[in-house]
Design a binder for this molecule. Structure first.
Ligand code: HEC
Length: 309
């Protein structure tokens, strides 16, 4: 009994259970160590997460600009259908070059349908030496149709973005691989009716972005100079009815100047008045400008015209 009592005294289980808050005192150091280790582990790994691993020398892709060349727009020449009928060696040579860059990978060096990319294709690319088994056919107009529309279900892509002339050059080259049916007038008529191949298309001019920017800035700086001149004229003018009307009714000279240069100078008086009265604020005037008499409008208009020139 005495022994039991002593044990109880040392461990005090009963009291611990009666007063669980004391239990915490016992396990707290273990929690503390575990939390500390987790914390150390977390912080230790944090540094690798936040390392900036981008190469110092890698260019920022936002700053990479590709300039388009200056190109005069105009008419994309119509295809001379005579050349399709009787291709010159030059015409065919260009076709060979285009074939080698665009078609050889599938159709093969000699058009046997055995290019390196053909291995994975089923059905196989057309063997241009074969007479039978064509999906669209081997006449010129049928091959053109293949290039325009592709044969998507069989893995032959459309080349509708390729210039018409290029396509005919390639077709002329393909026709040298084997004996093909002659180019009949009916085929040419067909081509022209379905694909307007003998009509020219217009292509817009292109200029590089930097050049366009420079031109815009140049234009802006010219406009700026003109505005400064106008501002000076207005600010130094005295005693003219025109400048009085302008000063009384405008709130933003810059807007007056730009809207007048856009609307007023070369267009007629009535048009300018109607635009300004419909939209005084945007054209630089106080709303009260709508109350101007016809006579005052005329004076204002003439004044603007003479001082913006
Ligand atoms: C990705 C591979 C691939 C490329 C590249 C490719 N072709 Fe084809 N081509 C095919 C396949 C596959 C067929 C077979 C389609 C079929 O059987 O209907 C085919 C068929 C054709 C045919 C015959 C269509 C018919 O009526 O059977 C012509 C003509 C042709 N290609 C021309 C060209 C030309 C010209 C180019 C290059 C500008 C080109 N192909 C590029 C895969 C290709």
């Amino acid at each position: 009994m005495n022994q039991n009592k002593k044990l109880e005294d040392e461990i005090k289980f009963k009291e611990l259970l009666k007063d669980p808050i004391r239990l915490f005192g016992w396990i707290f150091p273990y929690f503390f160590i575990i939390l500390l280790l987790l914390g150390i582990y977390y912080v230790g790994n944090l540094s690798t997460l936040s390392f900036n691993e981008q190469l110092v020398g890698a260019p920022d892709s936002i700053n990479i600009k590709k300039e388009i060349p200056v190109k005069k727009g105009g008419a994309m020449p119509a295809v001379d259908l005579d050349l399709v009928k009787n291709p010159t060696p030059d015409f065919i040579a260009k076709g060979k070059e285009l074939f080698n860059t665009n078609c050889k990978s599938c159709h093969g060096d000699n058009g046997m349908g055995d290019g390196p990319a053909a291995a994975m294709l089923n059905p196989k690319p057309r063997n241009f030496h074969a007479v039978d088994g064509w999906t669209n056919g081997r006449n010129v107009d049928q091959m053109y149709k293949t290039l325009q529309e592709g044969i998507p279900k069989n893995g032959m892509a459309a080349y509708e973005y390729m210039p018409k002339l290029d396509r005919f050059e390639i077709i002329s080259y393909i026709r040298t691989f084997a004996q093909f049916p002659p180019v009949g007038d009916d085929q040419l008529i067909n081509l022209d009716m379905n694909y307007q191949v003998s009509q020219s298309a217009t292509v817009p001019s292109t200029i590089p972005v930097t050049l366009a920017q420079a031109k815009l800035e140049e234009e802006n700086s010219v406009q700026n100079l003109q505005f400064l001149r106008f501002q000076k004229i207005v600010n130094t003018a005295q005693g003219s009815r025109g400048v009085d009307v302008l000063k009384n009714y405008s709130i933003n000279l810059k807007k007056v100047f730009t809207s007048f240069s856009r609307l007023g100078v070369n267009q007629n008086f009535d048009n300018y008045v109607s635009v300004v009265t419909a939209n005084p604020m945007n054209t630089g005037f106080k709303p009260a400008v709508v109350q101007l008499s016809k006579e005052d409008w005329k004076i204002l208009y003439d004044y603007l015209k003479s001082s913006t020139m």
